[in-house]
Design a protein around this ligand. Structure first.
Ligand SMILES: [Zn+2]
Length: 249
């Protein structure tokens, strides 16, 4: 008889937000690894680096000088992927179809201190970052051209973020990215069929199961979704129903 240990190692799991299957292969984490290993703390960094374009008082490549800021600081990316000034050109010739992409890219320095990560900040310092996210979300979202405001952080040399200064980004665009649109469609479809919220029902289910909860307090719950696509993928969800980050208190 086959050993029980081999059961459930390969399966696909339904992702209710993206409406697609996620392949789960538990064995891949057992593969021998001879590639690069990442250290938890890469090197001893100074609190201020005059060569870092995100540090206070440093002149950036654009010629603009950062103020002597303390705490979080937001500015428009000097090398933005989108611009409100993009020419309004539409073209459709054979296989060459183009539309203008309007938007803006913001950089959020989480703190003036070059050598910290957000996890190492004090609670009031993290609250200050959330307040900046809320302000940026509201301001950018009110622009008549903006359809979507995406707040994110890419972190670490391994994915190409060469500057260790703690910072995140915001992409505000005149279109809704495909994944966001698919999630919106899933929420609408689920509400039509069940007369309740998809994410609220997932949270309720996870709280009943108590199998994948990482931590929970009065206002938020953090859990690994059953349909996680990445190692360490975590959802942090407010228990109170809110439409956007701007409604957080
Ligand atoms: Zn810096």
């Amino acid at each position: 008889m086959a050993s029980q240990a081999h059961l459930n190692k390969w399966e696909k799991r339904w992702h209710p937000l993206l409406q697609e299957w996620v392949i789960l292969a538990a064995t891949t984490s057992q593969r021998p690894w001879s590639g690069e290993m990442i250290k938890a703390k890469e090197e001893n960094l100074p609190e201020f680096d005059p060569g870092c374009y995100l540090c206070p008082g440093v002149v950036r490549a654009s010629g603009e000088k950062n103020p002597e800021y303390r705490g979080p600081y937001a500015f428009t990316n000097d090398f933005a992927s989108f611009s409100m000034d993009a020419p309004d050109v539409h073209r459709d010739e054979g296989f060459e179809k183009t539309e203008p992409v309007h938007g803006t890219c913001r950089v959020i320095c989480f703190t003036h201190q070059h050598n910290l990560t957000m996890a190492e900040l004090e609670r009031h310092e993290i609250e200050a970052i959330v307040k900046v996210w809320q302000k940026e979300y509201s301001t950018l979202g009110q622009h008549p051209k903006i359809q979507n405001v995406l707040i994110f952080e890419n972190k670490g040399k391994v994915i190409g973020v060469s500057n260790p200064h703690p910072h995140g980004q915001i992409y505000a665009t005149n279109f809704i990215p495909r994944i966001c649109q698919r999630q919106l469609d899933s929420f609408i479809q689920y509400h039509k069929e069940h007369k309740s919220g998809l994410l609220a029902d997932i949270v309720k289910y996870e709280l009943e199961k108590q199998k994948r909860i990482i931590c929970e307090n009065k206002h938020f719950v953090a859990f690994i979704p059953f349909f996680a696509r990445f190692v360490y993928e975590t959802y942090i969800v407010p228990k109170r129903h809110i439409a956007s980050i701007s409604e957080m208190t």
